[in-house]
Write a protein that binds this ligand. Structure first.
Ligand code: UT7
Length: 324
């Protein structure tokens, strides 16, 4: 007997050229490098240039992921972009990315699950691939979050940045008992919390784009429990324990949340990939950015067992276990 599994073929990422340090941030709002580093672990963030759109960030990350996979856009038949900051209200940023990649075949659409977007998008791609709806997918998390920040609100503007990460996955027929590719995922949403992290604008409400608002302490309070909940679910589904993990690649929002989740789950720091210091919270881009760094520097290798997770607006939260 055989089954179809979703295998990772390549990763790529892109951060805009413009770097804004905590020191520079302190010239705009009443904050300090010391406060930001101590409370979040963030040291700097990247900002998209004027005219540089989410689809442009997607394109650069996607080209790198395709190159790493040894493929071209012609090989892809599904594009999913996870973003909260699309180029336009419609069409989907994925459709704009598709044409920028020179493709007109296959299907392309966006997923909106804020910071959990990449885990939701990857799980969607996995489902499409395993059911035969597509053969090779490009899954991208990309944000120009700087465009929806209130640059006078120190409680939010210091926390976020722009960037993109992309993954190429392929459906492969394996033996029934083979353990490779995406092994299991767990996704959750609880809309009762939406006002704790939201944007105060929208197409059918205000007709404006709006700005990010967050009850930081409330988000923090729920984060570790929600993250642990989906990770434990994925471990139970696969019969694994945290000791089996080679790498833990969490959503890069706040080093204190990452440390809290690691402590609760018993995952040591040396198995945890942390990149939040370099790019702040890039929402849907954060997990593929961190994965990309750890693959490029040789930490994540073929055969490794990798747990990814994210939590964010909605609230949404999710995790996937991948045999790389
Ligand atoms: O993907 C999910 C996205 N969101 C998150 O992950 C965020 C989750 N929450 C957090 O990471 C933390 O709650 C924050 C980093 C946002 C805030 O840290 P905190 O330890 O919860 O601080 P706080 O909100 O309790 O604020 C403590 C103090 C306050 O002053 P008072 O009232 O004690 O005098 C704030 O006004 O820090 C003040 N403060 C700042 N000070 C300097 C808030 N923002 C800043 C700032 N610089 N940027």
């Amino acid at each position: 007997m055989t089954k179809i599994t979703t295998q990772v073929r390549g990763m790529g990422s892109y951060l805009p050229e413009r770097v804004m340090t905590n020191e520079e941030m302190a010239t705009i709002v009443d904050t300090s490098d010391e406060w930001i580093v101590q409370r979040t672990g963030i040291r700097e963030r990247h900002l998209a240039a004027d005219g540089e759109m989410t689809s442009d960030l997607c394109l650069k990350a996607s080209e790198r992921a395709l190159e790493a996979a040894g493929m071209t856009a012609a090989d892809i038949d599904l594009i999913i972009v996870a973003t909260t900051t699309p180029d336009q209200t419609f069409p989907a940023t994925a459709a704009i990315l598709q044409t920028k990649l020179g493709m007109s075949h296959g299907m392309a659409f966006d997923i909106q699950a804020v910071c959990s977007g990449f885990v939701f998008a990857l799980t969607t791609a996995d489902t499409y691939l395993r059911t035969g709806l597509a053969k090779r997918a490009l899954v991208v998390g990309a944000e120009t979050f700087s465009r929806i920040l209130d640059w006078t609100d120190r409680t939010t503007c210091v926390l976020f940045g722009d960037g993109a990460g992309a993954m190429v996955v392929e459906a492969v027929e394996t033996g029934d008992d083979a353990e490779s590719g995406i092994l299991a995922s767990s996704l959750r949403t609880d809309g009762a919390h939406w006002k704790k992290l939201y944007v105060d604008g929208g197409v059918s409400s205000t007709g404006t784009v709006g700005h990010v608002h967050m009850e930081g302490r409330e988000v923090f309070k729920h984060a570790v429990g929600m993250i642990s909940d989906v990770i434990e679910d994925v471990l139970e589904k696969t019969g694994k324990t945290t000791e089996d993990l080679d790498w833990f690649v969490p959503h890069q929002a706040n080093k204190r949340i990452i440390d809290g989740a690691g402590r609760k789950l018993g995952i040591p720091e040396e198995k945890t990939i942390v990149t939040v210091d370099r790019h702040a919270n890039t929402s849907a881009a954060s997990v593929p950015l961190a994965l990309s760094v750890a693959v490029a520097d040789g930490r994540i290798k073929k055969g490794d067992l990798v747990m990814i997770e994210a939590m964010g607006g909605g609230f949404t939260w999710g995790a996937s276990l991948i045999r790389w």
